[in-house]
Design a protein around this ligand. Structure first.
Ligand SMILES: Nc1ncnc2c1ncn2[C@@H]1O[C@H](COP(=O)(O)OP(=O)(O)O)[C@@H](O)[C@H]1O
Ligand SMILES: [Mg+2]
Length: 247
């Protein structure tokens, strides 16, 4: 496949003090591609996501979005955060704002939309994630799966070029996982560029173009999902898969 790169990392290294947490990371995410990142706890998956929207700085290497280096600060950085939507394990909604206000807020503050315009768009997105009927509620009145869908709608409201998901279903009760994955599968089908840290193998198999396996801060494998799951090339991946498939 000819890749039209949207996100590119070249020779990226990051340290936390003495800890070399990202080691010589080279990763290209093409426009419209879905890349699932898996690996043991502490292997650097969250840090990788956080460097892509510059919640973390790196010591060396380059990261580009749509051909441009990530901005360092100021307005350009705020715009970057809008262009690369991020969804975390914890939903991070504003507790004292309604669902509608949560989705509209940054549209007004960062994108400069008028309130009515923002609310109209928020309602469309809430409808799309199946939560229009809950627009006037507060986050605490929703289930975890519903809150996570609000968080996704909020990120989409910024019209991002790409979406990063860091274990979006890990904090959810089992019966709520699928409603969140269904929204993500829909985004993938529509051609959203996505980097997804998850251990949901069903999602990886059905929706990912590639699986990136990380261990100890390195990318150990970067390949098609079916090949990775049926015939992992490294002992680290074999060991990891045998553990997660057992439980
Ligand atoms: N803010 C931080 N300060 C110091 N060490 C950190 C920080 N964040 C993560 N780490 C360490 O970096 C390593 C990678 O963490 P992380 O990217 O969260 O891994 P993963 O998401 O794969 O579990 C771990 O050893 C973790 O303890
Ligand atoms: Mg993590």
């Amino acid at each position: 496949m000819a890749v039209d790169p949207l996100i590119e990392l070249r020779g990226v290294n990051k340290y936390y003090g003495e800890l070399h947490v990202l080691r010589d990371i080279d990763l290209t995410v093409g426009r419209g591609e879905v890349v699932v990142v898996i690996g043991p706890s502490g292997s650097g998956k969250s840090t990788l996501c956080r460097t892509i929207n510059r919640l973390e700085t790196v010591e060396s290497g380059t990261i580009t979005l749509d051909g441009r280096p990530l901005p360092q600060e100021g307005r350009a950085l705020a715009r970057l955060r809008a262009e690369v939507g991020m969804v975390f394990q914890s939903f991070n909604l504003f507790a004292h704002k309604t669902v509608l206000q949560n989705v509209s807020l940054a549209q007004v503050k960062v994108r400069g939309r008028g309130k009515d315009d923002a609310d109209r768009r928020s309602r469309e997105l809430l409808d799309r994630v199946g939560l229009l009927a809950h627009a006037g509620k507060y986050p605490a009145q929703l289930s975890g799966g519903q809150q996570q869908r609000v968080a996704i709608a909020r990120a989409l409201a910024m019209e991002p070029k790409a979406m990063l998901f860091d274990e979006p279903t890990s904090a959810l009760d089992p019966e709520m996982i699928n409603e969140v994955l269904e929204v993500m599968r829909g985004l993938a089908r529509e051609g959203m560029t996505m980097v997804v840290v998850t251990h949901e193998m069903g999602f990886a198999r059905a929706s990912a173009n590639r699986v990136v396996f990380m261990a100890d801060g390195r990318i150990v494998e970067d390949r098609d999902p079916e090949g990775f799951f049926t015939n992992p090339g490294s002992d680290r991946a074999k060991d990891f898969l045998s553990k997660i498939l057992k439980h």
